[in-house]
Design a protein around this ligand. Structure first.
Ligand code: GLA
Length: 741
């Protein structure tokens, strides 16, 4: 990595190991222009030739009469609204008269080792040794506005983290109508791109979708107050023809957990503008004189090794420079969660019976899910009343947790801190704490309202309740849930002018509460969750090393969910459990082993009533837990390769692989989705091995038998593939261990 300023040509080279991002300042006005992003360029004094200012219509200082044509064609680093660039702007600001026009010029810059933190927001981090940052100090004197653009690079990772900081240096309040995190103006008429995004719904999160980019705007967004089940705040531009292993891909991920927009716009000149940031539809911000607004961070990742190269880059960045938890590099305890086992119908005795049986089979933690507090016997009450229900748990948490600990298990607990039930003591005391529009009855979802955690007194009260519970017993894990979107956007405490700030203030409030939690309980294993995987994003990974992927625990449904999640997020962050069959979400019957292999590709655990399982299945748990302990270091830390996708091959089979950093070991999981007659074997390409070595192959088939397939050279395995017999039947699976000899 390196960041260099060429004074003579007024250009900046921001380089990572295998990519280069180049900026040049336009003569005269010192506008920050984008030159190139992708493969590293050779001669750096070419850069100024590449900036499109030397051709008609020239910069306004040279050719005033065509200022608008210039503005609408220039490749801006941070385009502003109102001045003649008619594409999507990154920044829109209204002055004291309510008019909107911004023009930013670069005044100075800094190149620093390390990376500054973002106030109140999650962001990637690094030391002076493994990070470097460029800051472009820009200003608009007429508006009295200063904008700093940040670009950070990381040792050994082809990522650039960016954000903007906006300061009011004038003497009237400015209204920010839009402040995106970054813009990438890509002048790549040499090739066509596809737009890749993660689409879904409840229980069907993050399915990969790929469409050709067309003229106009293609976007993903959320206005739900959270990232959403429907669209994730990630998108990629992949050159047409790029696949898992080859071709250029530009990934873009927003480190944020609220309303967002990520958009690619193909314009009249076939250039692409790729932007991301807080969704302006539900956002405005009053910026008083002297005040500063910090946008969330967004990360660009360039790969010329297809989608696998992009995924590996994101995984590495999140694992080394975003996740902070002390659990980050450790195997997580194998847990058993009682949600799908009991729903709300449990008591101390039931939980202990699960814990007793779990202890016999190597399970290491019991997680008590929803239903332990207030009067909560169904989802119709008590959110906010974070007091133990002594009817269900006589003797309180201490008795239960002590007993669970005595059995040798850790104990974890579920909370939904951001919510309030209309039927709760909390609501009866503070009806104005629910987010609502004056004079309107707020809409319910799952019979609950959202707490106005933009208010400090609300955060303080809820956090104090949480803390008290956590201090009352030896609780080592928390599942932080959030089960409905935000609507009826009104806060009793925000003025008319500030009403548009609620959605972002809500997210900042939630971050502040999670920050307090991880600071006060540094050893806690925190798992975020939102009605399954509605808030699975890089922002939440800053607080919790793992996030519940989906309420759909069916192993076959999970294939697409986990494939999409792994496109951006490391397997170590994907909450995955084994549940009973027929599956409670879709009624499917899937072999226990396949359910195990799919859950192994995440944090691993159980979500079932172990006390009512057959002895045959219970015996399989011991073997699965042993397998988890054997394979988890590789799954957690290895380089991830997608080999095959049932989404792409007509529901035939899915296969993925993890390769150890030193390439001495690899693990391939193959799941047959729908089997077909008369196809007796298939060649499976094994990726990422050391080409100079050979590997011993051991296949665990769906019957639990291990078959040695001899020693194969990496060149054969990568070039021709491993010849494998097809698993017999639908939903069968194979686990293939490769060990270098
Ligand atoms: C959400 C979660 C589930 C479970 C329930 C409890 O749906 O995703 O795992 O915790 O809430 O109400």
């Amino acid at each position: 990595m390196d960041i260099v300023y060429d004074k003579e040509h007024k250009t900046f080279s921001v380089e990572t190991e295998n990519s280069g991002y180049y900026i040049a300042l336009a003569d005269g006005e010192n506008f920050a222009g984008h030159v190139h992003y992708g493969k590293k360029l050779g001669k750096k004094d070419d850069l100024v030739q590449l900036l499109k200012v030397n051709e008609y219509p020239f910069t306004p200082s040279k050719l005033k009469r065509e200022k608008l044509s210039f503005f609408d064609a220039f490749q801006w680093e941070y385009p502003c609204g109102g001045m003649g660039d008619f594409r999507e702007s990154a920044l829109d600001i209204r002055n004291g008269q309510g008019q909107s026009a911004v023009s930013l010029s670069v005044r100075s810059h800094e190149i620093r080792q390390g990376k500054p933190a973002l106030e109140g927001l999650p962001a990637s981090w690094g030391s002076d040794r493994d990070c470097m940052t460029l800051i472009l100090h820009c200003a608009d004197d007429i508006l009295g506005l200063e904008v700093d653009l940040f670009y950070s690079v990381f040792d050994g990772i082809d990522a650039i983290a960016r954000h903007a900081e906006i300061r009011n240096s004038g003497n009237e309040t400015l209204e920010i109508r839009k402040a995106l995190s970054l813009c990438l103006d890509m002048d790549r008429q040499d090739r066509q791109f596809d737009f890749i995004s993660l689409q879904g719904s409840w229980a069907r999160e993050r399915h990969i979708e790929r469409v050709p980019l067309h003229h106009g705007k293609t976007n993903v967004y959320s206005t739900r107050g959270e990232t959403s089940h429907q669209q994730n705040n990630f998108a990629a531009l992949a050159e047409c023809g790029a696949d898992w292993d080859k071709g250029e891909v530009y990934g873009l991920s927003l480190v944020y957990s609220g309303n967002f927009i990520t958009q690619a716009e193909l314009n009249q000149f076939d250039a692409i503008r790729f932007v991301t940031g807080i969704n302006p539809e539900t956002f405005s911000w009053q910026l008083a004189p002297g005040k500063r607004f910090v946008t969330p961070e967004a990360v660009l990742l360039y790969s010329d090794r297809g989608l696998n190269g992009m995924s590996q880059g994101f995984h590495k960045l999140w694992r080394k420079h975003l996740i902070r938890s002390s659990w980050r590099d450790r195997s997580r305890p194998v847990l058993i969660n009682n949600w799908e086992a009991t729903f709300f119908d449990f008591d101390t005795e039931k939980l202990l019976s699960i814990a007793r049986e779990a202890a016999r089979h190597g399970i290491e933690m019991l997680v008590m899910d929803d239903g332990w507090f207030g009067q909560r016997d169904s989802d119709n009450s008590s959110l906010g009343d974070w007091f133990v229900n002594e009817r269900k748990l006589p003797g309180g948490l201490a008795r239960l947790v002590d007993e669970v600990n005595r059995l040798g298990l850790k104990f974890g607990i579920w909370f939904e801190p951001e919510m309030i039930s209309p039927d709760s003591e909390l609501y009866r005391q503070h009806p104005d704490w629910a987010i609502q529009v004056a004079s309107r009855e707020p809409g319910q979802a799952r019979q609950q309202y959202v707490l106005d955690i933009s208010r400090k007194e609300v955060r303080d009260c809820i956090y104090a309740r949480l803390k008290k519970v956590l201090e009352s017993a030896n609780i080592e894990y928390v599942k932080w849930d959030m089960n409905r979107p935000l609507s009826d956007l009104g806060s009793a405490c925000l003025s008319k002018e500030q009403a548009g700030e609620l959605s972002h203030r809500y997210v900042l409030g939630m971050y502040e509460m999670q920050e307090r939690l991880v600071t006060d309980f540094p050893k806690l294993l925190l798992e975020n969750c939102s009605g399954g995987g509605g808030r699975f994003d890089a922002g939440m990974l800053y607080y919790s090393p793992q996030i519940w992927c989906s309420d759909d625990t069916d192993a076959i449904e999970r294939l697409a969910i986990q494939e999409g999640s792994a496109l951006v997020y490391p397997l170590s962050s994907m909450g995955a459990h084994i549940s009973v069959c027929p599956n409670q979400a879709c009624g499917r019957m899937t072999p226990f082993r396949t359910r195990g292999f799919v859950a192994l590709a995440g944090t691993f655990g159980y979500e079932l009533d172990i006390t009512s399982m057959s002895d045959e299945d219970k015996a399989l748990i011991d073997a699965q837990v042993a397998l988890y302990h054997r394979c988890n270091p590789l799954i957690r830390e290895g380089d991830y390769y997608r080999i095959a996708s049932a989404r792409e091959n007509g529901s035939d089979y899915d296969a993925w692989e993890l390769v150890s950093g030193d390439k001495t070991e690899a693990l391939v999981t193959l799941v047959q989705v729908l089997n077909r007659p008369n196809w007796h074997s298939r060649k499976v390409i094994i990726k990422g091995l050391d080409p100079a070595r050979s590997y011993r192959i051991a296949v665990e088939d769906s019957l639990g038998k291990t078959q040695e397939l001899g020693i194969w050279s990496a060149l054969t395995l990568e070039g021709a593939g491993l010849l494998l017999s097809r698993p017999w039947g639908d939903f069968q699976s194979q686990l293939i261990h490769l060990t270098a000899v």
